[in-house]
Design a protein around this ligand. Structure first.
Ligand code: NDP
Length: 246
């Protein structure tokens, strides 16, 4: 039997990149999976079609993580569609980089609304629906452990907040048998950070392996943390960064 057979999962920001790879990996391991998206409706439909082609149930929910009603509503809809919720992957995230003096209030609000408030509200709503064996996995960033250069103040602030949330929730939900963990990707080849982008060479050079990672390499770690094999892992930060922090 596949390790996640019968599990019901929600992956935020599952239309592209790391979220799409994670949704497909969880389905491959047996889970029924709902994803959220905002702009990429066609891509979200394609992910759902692939999930269904594996014989699992798949759902695409349009929900902007920056909108409190959407963030909570997505959890409610996913749990209704799937018939419960065992796994939440808080993947949706945005980055605005630039000198601290150039960042507008709207940038600050946008990044904190999606990367912090949205994650908090989604986790809060999901925690109330999870029973023993529940899993919350959030996607942080390698910049929480080592900031490679200037321009990352807002993004690093937002991702560092997830360390506190992960540890505090792990303490709170532990007695109910729900684990809460945080994955820190290094440079991963996606639309957000293409491996042929202007800063790619420096990012590759900053890793021990000297290369970008793939979305699938992050998805593998998320799937491990979402599964039974990780039953004694909680409150942990798990780097999938090619040695960026080494
Ligand atoms: P992409 O930009 O390639 O994909 C982002 C995904 O998130 C899309 O599915 C997008 O959906 C969705 N999304 C964006 N904004 C929102 C929102 N407001 N509400 C709901 N969904 C949203 O990013 P990555 O796959 O690269 O990144 C995924 C996560 O990994 C993020 O949290 C990012 O910060 C983190 N990360 C990425 C790294 C990298 O090098 N790529 C490194 C470290 C961390 P749609 O298109 O439908 O709007």
């Amino acid at each position: 039997m596949s390790p996640l057979t019968g599990k019901k999962a929600l992956v935020t920001g599952g239309s592209r990149g790391i979220g799409a790879a994670t949704a497909l990996r969880l389905a491959q391991e047996g889970a029924d999976v709902a994803i959220t998206y905002v702009r990429s409706e066609d891509a979200a439909r394609e992910v759902v079609a692939k999930i269904e082609s594996m014989g699992r149930r798949g759902y695409a929910i349009r929900a902007d993580a920056a909108d409190a009603g959407d963030a909570v509503g997505a959890v409610e809809r996913a749990a209704d569609d799937l018939g419960g919720l065992d796994i939440l992957v808080n993947n949706a995230g945005v980055g605005v980089l630039g000198p601290v003096g150039d960042l507008a209030l709207a940038d600050v609000d946008r990044v904190l609304d999606v990367n912090v408030r949205g994650v908090f509200l989604t986790a809060q709503a999901a925690a109330g629906r999870m029973g023993r064996g529940g899993r919350i996995v959030s996607v942080g960033s390698c910049v929480v452990q080592r900031v490679p250069g200037p321009g990352g103040s807002l993004y690093a602030t937002s991702k560092a907040a997830l360390v506190g949330l992960t540890k505090a929730l792990a303490r709170e939900l532990g007695e109910r048998g729900v684990t809460v963990n945080l994955v820190h990707p290094g440079p991963i080849d996606t639309d957000m950070n293409p491996a042929d982008g202007p800063y790619a060479e420096a990012q590759s050079a900053g890793t021990a392996l000297g290369r970008y990672g793939s979305a699938g390499e992050v998805a593998s770690a998320v799937a491990f943390l979402a599964g039974e094999e990780a039953s004694y892992v909680t409150g942990a930060e798990f780097s999938v960064d090619g040695g960026h922090a080494a």
